[in-house]
Design a protein around this ligand. Structure first.
Ligand SMILES: N[C@@H](CCC(=O)N[C@@H](CS)C(=O)NCC(=O)O)C(=O)O
Length: 217
């Protein structure tokens, strides 16, 4: 059964859901919210538990909260670990990746260069060495935990793709394990297919920021 994702015409808080549905091989289509009226109608129909997007309709569920949506689909595809220790590691590393990713979430909304300068000065030197080290401790096989893709990898992938696109590959040069991880992830057939599809939104630009603001405020 396919899923329907409701979100703006960009990555934002929905991208982790898109990447996870892709990795879990769940077909999905996108309902783009461009006008305040659409958002208000969804809220008045009680479709958004916290009055927020993203929301995914799937098998009668109206799924909200981006990390919960990702966990739900990761669980369907056994991407949450195969024993208690793996499950705990994957969950902790996934949450860490969400914290890391939040450094880029306001890209365009509180300036473009300002967000990148701050991420370069704070989040990147904090998180990249940790993830690099965890990849090394797991045996340098391109995965954070075990020997196959997990939700932790999907979380890290989102932020590493952002760094590569917005700041360039050179930023990753001091982190050989992260570079190897990125190559491994990009060679995953399902991820590759999604990243090269029309479902993958473009990076934030002024038009996108204006559209989101016009819906929310
Ligand atoms: N914790 C939620 C936050 C979602 C969220 O903040 N969504 C924004 C759009 S990106 C929203 O709908 N804001 C409207 C509001 O909070 O009233 C998640 O991760 O899904």
């Amino acid at each position: 059964m396919s899923a329907t994702l409701y979100y703006f015409d960009g990555r934002g808080k929905a991208e982790i859901a898109r990447l996870t549905m892709a990795a879990a091989n769940i077909p999905f289509n996108h309902e783009t919210i461009r006008e305040k009226k659409q958002f208000e109608t969804m809220k008045s129909e009680g479709k958004l538990l916290f009055g927020q997007l993203p929301m995914v309709e799937f098998e009668g569920h109206q799924l909200v909260q981006s990390s919960s949506i990702a966990r739900f689909f990761a669980n369907r595809a056994n991407l949450l670990g195969s024993n208690e220790e793996e499950k705990l590691k994957i969950d902790i590393l996934f949450e860490g990746s969400r914290d890391f990713n939040s450094a880029f979430m306001s890209y365009g909304f509180v300036g473009f260069t300002e967000v990148l300068d701050k991420a370069k000065a704070t989040a990147m030197p904090k998180y990249l060495p940790i993830f690099n080290s965890m990849l090394s401790k797991n045996g340098s096989n391109g995965y954070l935990v075990g020997s196959k893709i997990s939700l932790a990898d999907i979380g890290l992938l989102e932020v590493v793709l952002t760094i590569e696109e917005l700041l360039g590959q050179d930023e990753l040069k001091p982190y050989a394990e992260v570079q190897n991880f990125l190559t491994t992830m990009k060679s995953n057939e399902l991820i590759h297919k999604y990243l090269n599809s029309k479902l993958r939104p473009r990076k934030n630009d002024e038009k996108y920021v204006a559209e989101v603001k016009s819906v929310l405020y």
